[in-house]
Design a binder for this molecule. Structure first.
Ligand code: SF4
Ligand code: SF4
Length: 465
């Protein structure tokens, strides 16, 4: 584990601002509401995802797939342009490592990270690290559970009889985060993070990354012999949180935090020169040009894919009706001949209201190839209107009765398109296609009658053929 030397500078200050905003967003977001719902919450027991006033259910998983494809393409696009900026500026691993370092430096001063640091201050540092881990873990769990309920649980801790499931996760995440940031730290970036490995295929020599200007820097100073600009002060190495020497070339372990650039800026200022390390592309150094090539085949392909996925996602969201509807033929009850030549088919309708308004849903037959008189019952009434309270789901038995004509009976299986709409808001509607089957006996009887009708017609009207 490496505790690197702190380094102030322009990049450090900029990262402080970015990281502070990200931390505040991370902690505040679970408390924000939109349309009366938590802004972002993945409610696993309820199998619902609350997002900006919308409720999504697992059956709408295609949104998640498109979002993940979009996030992947976004990662490809930005990595091909600006390298591992995520790692150094926005990754929780880096941000909390910086927070832990800040706390350590505040308590232990210049002794932080050294073996001779007093035990009491080290113990205090670790205690506060544990506390920070618990707070960050609680904030993380608040994306899966209501933070108000979590808070009231802690406020009434003594009187609570049952420990909620999330409390176990809170304990686990707290210990995992403490162990990771306090002891594993940069080892995770080096050996466990998959992004560090596959980023190399997204980058090329035109991608911006932390790069050493070897043209100016080399050959380095040797003793008092000064040839290139690098003074061989090794400050870039001393401040590096992953312990690499960026002067050896672009390294898969570099998290693009820019600490070495700040260190070199300070060192070069003493010489009255510009930094030797900065956010440049390899080609900018090799070809000694300051122009950066934004438009390249890979950036165009990634951007094109990203625009396409985002367009499809937005169109689907635009057309989305927040109602989950599934009407399936009841396999336990076969189509029944109920007398007088009438046939009934039975179905099970499952609905989920994904809004915060109560709905009165009317079921209607919108389209069918059946000719006979049709009637539809749901919830025990032919009015076919059922109540579906806000953010709730219900199941109803539905059946359709038909007086088949001879032509209907010529086919055993038919299709019916059912329309379900809110009686107060016609735009809130969905359709579902269900099969309608005729019992074999009816089909046979009616088929005989069709054959007889056709035969009589042929006898009377030979031209019919
Ligand atoms: S080489 Fe520089 S940018 Fe890369 S991790 Fe080390 S200090 Fe950060
Ligand atoms: S900080 Fe700059 S001058 Fe010092 S060793 Fe590194 S590259 Fe050379």
């Amino acid at each position: 584990m490496i505790i690197s030397r702190p380094m102030s500078g322009k990049i450090r200050t900029a990262r402080n601002y970015v990281q502070t905003v990200l931390i505040l967003l991370f902690f505040i977001t679970p408390w924000l509401r939109w349309n009366g719902m938590q802004l972002i919450r993945l409610d696993i027991p309820e199998r619902k995802f609350f997002l900006f006033g919308n409720i999504f259910v697992p059956q709408e998983g295609y949104f998640l797939h498109l979002f993940l494809i979009g996030a992947g393409l976004c990662l490809f696009f930005f990595t091909s342009l600006i390298g591992r900026v995520w790692c150094g500026w926005a990754c929780p691993q880096t941000i909390y490592s910086d927070v832990f370092d800040y706390i350590g430096g505040l308590i232990q001063g210049s002794k932080y990270g050294k073996k001779d640091s007093p035990f009491a201050s080290r113990a205090l540092t670790h205690t506060i690290w544990l506390l920070v881990s618990a707070l960050a873990s609680a904030a993380w769990i608040a994306y899966f559970a209501d933070p108000h309920i979590m808070l009231s649980y802690f406020l009434n801790f003594g009187s609570v009889s049952e420990i909620p499931t999330w409390a176990y996760f809170l304990g686990f995440f707290t210990l995992a985060m403490y162990a990771d940031i306090a002891f594993v730290r940069e080892q995770f970036c080096k050996y466990a993070c998959p992004y560090a490995r596959f980023q190399t295929v997204m980058m090329d020599t035109n991608s911006i990354n932390i790069t050493y200007d070897f043209n100016r820097g080399e050959p380095r100073r040797k003793g008092t012999t000064k040839i290139g600009d690098c003074t061989a002060c090794n400050m870039c190495l001393v401040v590096c949180p992953t312990g690499i020497d960026i002067r050896e070339g672009t390294n898969v372990w570099c998290i693009a935090c820019g600490k070495c650039s700040d260190a070199c800026t300070k060192q070069m200022q003493k010489e009255g020169k510009k930094t030797l390390i900065g956010y440049w592309s390899e080609n900018q150094i090799r070809e000694k040009t300051k122009a950066f090539k934004w438009i390249r085949p890979r950036t165009v392909v990634y951007a094109g894919g990203l625009v396409l996925v985002l367009t499809v996602l937005n169109l689907l969201l635009w057309e989305r009706v927040p109602l989950y509807l599934s009407i399936l033929a009841d396999r336990n009850i076969q189509p029944v001949d109920v007398g007088d030549g009438k046939v009934r088919n039975f179905y099970e309708a499952q609905m989920q209201n994904l809004t915060l308004q109560n709905r009165n849903l009317k079921f209607e037959i919108e389209k069918t190839d059946l000719e006979g008189i049709r009637r539809l019952w749901i919830g025990g009434t032919e009015e076919a209107v059922v109540e579906l309270p806000a953010n709730s789901d219900k199941r109803y038995r539905l059946f359709i009765e038909l007086e088949p004509t001879a032509l209907d009976a010529s086919k055993k299986s038919h299709e019916i398109t059912l329309k379900v709409s809110d009686i107060h808001d016609p735009s809130f509607k969905k359709t579902n296609v269900v099969p309608f089957l005729l019992p074999v006996a009816i089909a046979k009887k009616k088929n005989q009658s069709v054959a007889r009708t056709l035969w009589i017609r042929v006898l009377n009207e030979p031209s019919f053929l």
